[in-house]
Ligand binder design. Sequence first.
Ligand code: NAI
Ligand code: 3PY
Length: 339
Amino acid sequence: MKPKVYIARPISQEVEEYIGEHCDYRKWEGEGRIPLDILMEEIKDVEGVLVQHAPVTDKLLEGAPNLKVISNSAVGYDSFDLEAMKRHKVLGTHTPFVLDETVADLVFSLVLATARRVPELNNFVKQGKWDKETESHDLFGIDVHHATMGIIGMGRIGEKIVRRARLGFEMDVLYNSRTPKPELEEKYGIVYSELETLLEKSDFVVLIVPLTPETHHLMGEKQFEKMKNSAIFINCARGAVVDERALIQALETGQIRGAGLDVFEQEPVSPDNPLLQMEQVVALPHIGSATEKTRAAMAMKAAENLVAGVTGKNPPDVVKELQELLEDPHRFSEKFNSK
Ligand SMILES: NC(=O)C1=CN([C@@H]2O[C@H](COP(=O)(O)OP(=O)(O)OC[C@H]3O[C@@H](n4cnc5c(N)ncnc54)[C@H](O)[C@@H]3O)[C@@H](O)[C@H]2O)C=CC1
Ligand SMILES: O=C(O)C(=O)CO
């Protein structure tokens, strides 16, 4: 008998067929994101579920005693309650590497769009405001090439941003990360920096760390105060890494020049959020990895992790905090063989 799984987000025919070869599956066919109560109902009897950012809580795991694996079709897994997953011996997987270049592209599109005011000036032209008098310096932007970029988080995506910054735009790059990366310093000529110095010296501050208890509100009032008045802040990580109230204040008071945001503390962002009223803010709907090719690669990777997890194999992309579960012989006998 094939193991039962649930597919909680839209996937391509190809990925669905791959899952179908190995598993009996049901899938979410409703509009938009699956409501949490429906997800909980649907996964009561399954051994694996494919999700994207759905909150994995103790309650959800309690209601799904057969679960062996939760495959997240995303690289960030702040939606996982890792301690609860350890207790319930449920593997959690994610989709590293396949989206790095695509997310780095989006970071640069936010950098360029904010620096050169692309959306604002696009509206300006389309609204018929382009006449002789307006050819003044109030349409000018700032240079990206040869400026200083400070990157907070030097992991898989951080490295791809560095390559673009150094080789494409000849920028100086400072970085801050939990551990220094001497090989990248050597390869690209980037410089490790304490956070405070990075904030003080950078023309563009790019945030690309995971959301963890340690990084929650990493950027707050004190951090924005350190930034140059001419600097631009880019967040392609998670909304809650930033104290949004402090960001709004920094933009309103001119403490910083502008912001490019792919993520928000509340998603979808509320239409009343003051950030959406500001011309110096470029806002995107959390689409860092959303190209057709990359989303297809993420879905296939997620499917491979799902299938491995329910067929007794080690999924290739178990998140690092849960890899200890793979080494637990007790877990293998209880979870994989006796269910
Ligand atoms: N906007 C979007 O659509 C996307 C957002 N993301 C976000 O980007 C994050 C990073 O992705 P990857 O580069 O693949 O992760 P990664 O794990 O390869 O790199 C993260 C880096 O952040 C560093 N870091 C962790 N805590 C830190 C701290 N307190 N201070 C400074 N550095 C710290 C780590 O040392 C590591 O170098 C994801 O966790 C996800 O939340 C990822 C993909 C798409
Ligand atoms: O992969 C992630 O973490 C995202 O946010 C969406 O690609």
